[in-house]
Every structure is written in structure tokens, then in C-alpha cells.
Design a protein around this ligand. Structure first.
Ligand SMILES: [Zn+2]
Length: 354
């Protein structure tokens, strides 16, 4: 089934992990044998051929570059300018993929409709569609740089990621938007970018909803009720997001699926984390609001981890297709399943770009 994945860090993997995603997963894993610089060396689950095999013909693909102040233990760059340069290198990789016929950037409704039509007629042989997003806004040097990014095709943005941010604190942190953040948010709205609610602190979540009136989604977020953590949404937040017609992408990172996961210690096998746990989070949202139209997939399957932090029954990203089977087994109608696998994201993009 045609599938939309609303969160992949493809260019980060290409540029920072030095992964040639045009190659088979086997080859990518083979080349990483013996490397220890990243926790997921030799364990990656994402490649462009695997996306084609899994019919993941459209994704939201990120640029990402965090600024870290002296003493901040998180990985990142020592100046916003370096972070900007990294995101521009990532953009250059997407452009190279476009030139190679591997990917096509989707920036408007006409392009979206054209891509969906062509994908159907070519049955997965053509380029993979991507909507460009920025995960964490630290690399945006000035509001003018956001306008430049928009001109480069940027269509979605999250203000924060992990820890402190120049515009807004994120996961693992507390507090609301900075003065610069409020200014940037106004610019996000003026440009009609889709605001990504994932990774906001609780304070910033509610503040943003007060200040911002444009389109929003949560590209990769799960439910706090099932796995308690500030990174996940409370039921109250989920209800509010659905009120605002957001779509929430279910993430596959094992620690977001299993309560009390300890990174680097807990293993998917011992915790018995499966794809059905992802579906539990989708189920929770559908039951909470009585509708499936707000659910989708935002797998995050290449977000700095691989098989060591994935559901055990997931070998590659092509296994996203299992979500459709599990939903059907649980009694979801074919229309609901199609909505969750692709239709809800497509509706959201069409509405945002109408
Ligand atoms: Zn993330």
C-alpha cells in the first residue's frame, strides 16, 4: 500500500553518517562493519531502495543542525553559522538526489498531485517524493534565512529539538519560546510553513497554540498515557492537536514504545518491543478522539538509531507495511487504514497548500 512517512532524517544520514542511501541496505551495513563512531553502525534500516520496496513514495525529510552553547553535553555545532552550513550541505545532498532521479521535492499542491499520479502509473520505479522540513530551528540565523529556506523548498519546521534552543527549548528541557522564537513563529505563519509540534516543551506547546494560527502537525510523536515521558503527548495535548486538525505521526523509536526503556541498556528483544506497540499508540489516539483522521506514520527510523532500538519484527523500513495489516486485524476499515498509511498526511498537505 502507498505509504507516507512524515519523519526521516535522510540527509543527516547521508552527510553525517556518510551513508550512500541509493545503495542496498546490505551494502550500507557491510561498509559500516567495524565502525563504532555511531551507535547504529551496521544496523541501519533505511535506504532508498527499501523505501521503494515498501511503497513509501512520499516522506517528510529533514534538515537538522543544532547549536550548542559551551558546556551543553548534547551533540551539536559550536555556532549557529556552522549549524546553518550543515543544513545547507544536507540540502545539497537532496538536490543531488533530485538530479540523479532518486528523489523529487514536493512544494505545492500541483506538485503533490502530479507526484501521486506518476507514482501510481510507474508503480514505484520513479523518484521518491519528499517534503523538506527543518527539525529544530537553531540553524536559522535570521528571519531572512527562513525566507531563503522557503525559497529552497522548506515547507515545515519545528522550533526545537533536544535541550535548550535559540528559539525554543525542546525535549528534556523546560520553558517557553524566547523573544527570537516569538518573532520567528510570526515569520513561520507569514510564509505558511507547517509548524511541527514534535519536540516542544509543554510550556512552549501551549504558548505556540496561543500565538500561532497556521497549519500544524506533529511529525513523530507518541502518547504519554502509554509510555510516560515529556517527549510524548498527554491526552489533553492530543485532543487539542486534533481540534486544530493536526495529524500526528507514530514513531518507531523503541524507547517511545516501551515504558522505562534505558537507552544503550534495554534491548528490543528483552523488552519484546514489536510493531504492534506502535499501533497501540495509533489506537489510543483514535479511541481518544473517536476518529482515525488525525493519525499517520512518522517513523523516525533513521533518527540516530537502527535495529538496536527498533521493534524486533522490523528488519527494514519496508516493514512499515505491517502497520496496515495490524490495523486491519484490529478491525479498522479499509478507508481508515488507507487514511493512516497515507491519506491523512496527503489531506493535511492539500489543506495547508490550498
Ligand atoms: Zn526527532
Amino acid at each position: 500500500m502507498f505509504t507516507v512517512d512524515a519523519h526521516l532524517d535522510l540527509s543527516m544520514n547521508a552527510v553525517e553518517w556518510n551513508r550512500d542511501l541509493t545503495r542496498s541496505l546490505e551494502e550500507i551495513r557491510e561498509r559500516e562493519k567495524g565502525l563504532t563512531d555511531k551507535p547504529d553502525r551496521g544496523l541501519g534500516v533505511v535506504s532508498l531502495p527499501e523505501m521503494r520496496r515498501g511503497e513509501i513514495g512520499l516522506c517528510v525529510a529533514t534538515q537538522i543542525g543544532r547549536y550548542v552553547e559551551p558546556g551543553n553535553p548534547l551533540p551539536g555545532y559550536n555556532s549557529p553559522e556552522i549549524a546553518w552550513a550543515m543544513t545547507q550541505a544536507q540540502l545539497a545532498w537532496y538536490r543531488a538526489m533530485e538530479e540523479a532521479g532518486e528523489m523529487v521535492q514536493i512544494v505545492d499542491r500541483a506538485g503533490l498531485d502530479r507526484h501521486l499520479e506518476q507514482w501510481q502509473s510507474r508503480s514505484a520505479d520513479g523518484p521518491l517524493g519528499y517534503v523538506l522540513s527543518l527539525e529544530g530551528a537553531d540553524s536559522i540565523l535570521t528571519p531572512g534565512h527562513l525566507e531563503r529556506s522557503f525559497a529552497s523548498g522548506l515547507r515545515a519546521i519545528g522550533l526545537s529539538h533536544y535541550g535548550d534552543g535559540r528559539y525554543c527549548p525542546g525535549t528534556g528541557s523546560t520553558g517557553g519560546l524566547t523573544a527570537m522564537g516569538r518573532e520567528l513563529l510570526a515569520e513561520v505563519q507569514r510564509l505558511n510553513l507547517i509548524l511541527d509540534m514534535t519536540h516542544l516543551t509543554d510550556e512552549a506547546f501551549w504558548e505556540v497554540l496561543e500565538l500561532y494560527d497556521g497549519p500544524l502537525w506533529a511529525s513523530h510523536s507518541n502518547c504519554r498515557q502509554l509510555v510516560p515521558d515529556q517527549r510524548q503527548f498527554s491526552d489533553e495535548q492530543i485532543r487539542e492537536l486534533c481540534q486544530r486538525d493536526a495529524v500526528i505521526g507514530a514513531a518507531f523509536d523503541a524507547w517511545m514504545l516501551y515504558p522505562n526503556w534505558i537507552r544503550g541498556e534495554t534491548e528490543p528483544q528483552t523488552a519484546d518491543v514489536r510493531i504492534s506497540h506502535v499501533v497501540d499508540h495509533i489506537d489510543h489516539i483514535c479511541n481518544l478522539v473517536g476518529d482515525s483522521r488525525f493519525c499517520g506514520i512518522g517513523s523516525d527510523l533513521d533518527g540516530g538509531y537502527g535495529r538496536e532500538q527498533c521493534p524486533t519484527d522490523l528488519e527494514t523500513i519496508a516493514d512499515l507495511a505491517r502497520v496496515a495489516d495490524i490495523l486491519s486485524d484490529r478491525g479498522y476499515s479499509p478507508e481508515d487504514v488507507q487514511g493512516i498509511m497515507h491519506g491523512n498526511w496527503i489531506r493535511k498537505l492539500r489543506d495547508a497548500w490550498s
